[in-house]
Ligand binder design. Structure first.
Ligand SMILES: *Cc1c(COP(=O)(O)O)cnc(C)c1O
Length: 434
């Protein structure tokens, strides 16, 4: 593509596109964006044919790499037949087969699948199901939630209430569902102390709490804060003791990101509700799902005024469902989780080496996640990570940071050679800013 064409796209963009999580004034003045034209496997290609290894799998979604041939084929097959049909009072094979398969793949005791459009709606469904459950099942005072400091659960007002990242939450203070934030068990805290604090909080407000909502094993958006599975077992025990619900938001952690299919598997427990998106559709289409226990489902049976009057126009969209079904098949048939073990070890080794650098304050890894903190200012808006981003971009990797946290979350099936190339670029880029 000629320079003129590239400039034309950027000019249109800067005139009319309002970008997510972006200070637009700064973007318009200073950002020279990568203009992507296509993606394949672990690489994105810009309009000039330069390629970048996608270090974060396009916002944690493309668990199987971009445009996995089987997934694209499933999408085309379904598109030829039917792109959409409403799911109220009728059904179709992709949604029914996917739901049955998810019930098998999910942790024990989760059998009832509610489809929606993305990760935020998957969490919103969990909030409304648990709230309404208690409204009509004897505990109408349960209208509040517990989540973690630094939590990220999405962008609806409901999800924003659960959120614990100041920059995202502050503009909406005063408009949010009541939420108690428990101390994070993630670094540098320890799981035992955090579990004791959770227990105290739940005990003090048990009459009000509809559910405890967690990102299991790792709090992604607040900087890849990884924590111990003991905390999840404790959270399960605490919720059982106070007879309230435990919700796992596995939008980021599901589908092999932490090395197991679900982060819940590390603890060997089941939540009452599990939310999924991102890897659920292998980074292909926007779709999410919420899978709930029989107890919750049955709490909505009986008179019609007990029903869950909630839905989105595109619930169970056949294209998304066909894709999600194929993603599950690929995970199984290509033995993706088994293959990830050796890759996780490579990530772990690289980050351990980088921990010796004087300007690296800490590192942590879990499965297909590796993260390091650059010494200096912390917080989502800190800019150290962006200097590493620029270095990586020059070397052919797209390495979007979280403030001063530099991390990789490549596709779970990233080929070894490309993973090594990415880790080399990471190392060089981090050293370059030291
Ligand atoms: C990304 C994310 C969400 C929100 O998902 P969207 O599809 O962006 O709405 C919710 N929870 C977690 C843990 C996430 O990582």
């Amino acid at each position: 593509m000629s320079d003129g064409e590239r400039e034309h796209i950027v000019a249109l963009d800067k005139e009319c596109v309002w970008h997510p999580y972006t200070a637009m004034d700064d973007y318009r003045k200073r950002t020279d964006p990568i203009v992507v034209a296509r993606a394949e496997g672990v690489r994105i290609f810009d309009v000039d044919g330069r390629s970048y290894i996608d270090a974060n799998a396009s916002w944690w979604t493309s668990t199987l790499g971009h445009n996995h041939p089987r997934v694209v084929e499933a999408l085309k097959r379904q598109a030829d037949r039917m792109c959409h049909a409403a799911l109220a009072g009728i059904t179709h094979a992709p949604a029914a087969e996917l739901a049955a398969r998810l019930a098998q793949a999910a942790p024990d005791g989760l059998d009832h699948v509610f489809f929606s459009d993305n990760g935020s709606t998957a969490v919103e469904v969990a909030m409304k199901q648990t709230l309404q459950y208690w409204q009509q099942n004897e505990r109408p005072d349960r209208r509040a939630f517990v989540s973690l400091e630094g939590a990220f659960h999405g962008e609806t007002l409901g999800c924003t209430a659960l959120g614990g990242i100041d920059a995202f939450r502050k503009p909406f203070e005063g408009c949010l569902v009541k939420t108690y934030h428990a101390p994070s068990p993630g670094n540098p805290a320890d799981a035992g102390t955090a579990a004791a604090a959770l227990e105290e909080l739940v005990a003090a407000h048990a009459d009000e709490i509809a559910a405890v909502v967690l990102e299991p094993m790792v709090q992604g958006a607040s900087g890849m804060r990884i924590y111990d599975a003991d905390y999840l077992r404790e959270a399960r025990r605490i919720c059982d003791e106070h007879d309230t619900f435990l919700v796992f938001d596995e939008v980021f952690t599901g589908y092999g990101r932490t090395g197991t299919m679900w982060a819940a598997d590390h603890a060997g427990i089941s939540p009452d509700v599990l939310c999924m998106a991102k890897g659920f559709v292998g980074g292909t289409l926007p779709m999410g799902a919420t899978i709930s226990s029989a107890r919750i489902f049955e709490g909505f049976l009986g008179e019609s005024d007990r029903a869950f009057y909630y839905g989105h126009t595109f619930c169970g969209n056949p294209l998304g469902a066909a894709v999600a079904l194929e993603v599950l098949r690929v995970f199984e048939e290509e033995r993706v989780l088994e293959g990830a073990k050796g890759k996780a070890e490579k990530i772990e080794r690289t980050f351990r080496e980088l921990s010796r650098l004087p300007h690296v304050a800490g590192v942590r890894t879990l499965g297909m996640i590796g993260a390091l903190d650059l010494a200096g200012d912390a917080g989502y808006l800190a800019d150290g990570g962006w200097r590493v981003y620029e270095e990586a971009k020059k070397r052919g990797a797209y390495l979007r940071p979280l403030g001063n946290v530099v991390y990789v979350t490549p596709s779970v099936n990233v080929p070894d050679a490309e993973l090594e190339e990415l880790l080399d670029i990471l190392g060089e880029s981090v050293r370059a800013v030291g």
